[in-house]
Design a protein around this ligand. Structure first.
Ligand SMILES: [Zn+2]
Length: 105
């Protein structure tokens, strides 16, 4: 029987998508919050690799840190990451326009 993914949807942000700062992504980090550029992929990884007894606890403990609680530097990081994603998209579009390009998108 496939496992439920009820927590994933609540972790998506209207502003940042699947990227952001989250609690308890990994074990016993010194920093209470950690960056993920795609928390959705992290959940898919955990569902595939983590044991049945561990998975519910892990997925329960991961929360998105609200923007209002993020340090200024973390918000700046998110904005910069967003610009990077946009730049990557523009680059891909340019590469696709080059002669002889074999598209893998
Ligand atoms: Zn292409």
């Amino acid at each position: 029987m496939p496992r439920k993914r009820k927590k994933i949807k609540s972790l998506e942000s209207k502003r940042w998508g699947w990227a952001g700062f989250f609690t308890h992504i990994h074990h016993a980090e010194e920093n209470p919050i950690e960056w993920s550029d795609n928390i959705h992929e992290r959940f898919i990884f955990m569902e595939a690799k983590k044991s049945d007894y561990e998975l519910p606890l892990r997925t329960t403990l991961i929360f998105r840190v609200p923007d209002s609680l993020l340090p200024k530097v973390a918000l700046e990081y998110l904005k910069t990451f967003e610009l990077l994603q946009e730049a990557k998209e523009r680059l891909s579009e340019r590469v696709c326009g080059l002669p002889g390009h074999r598209c893998r998108r």
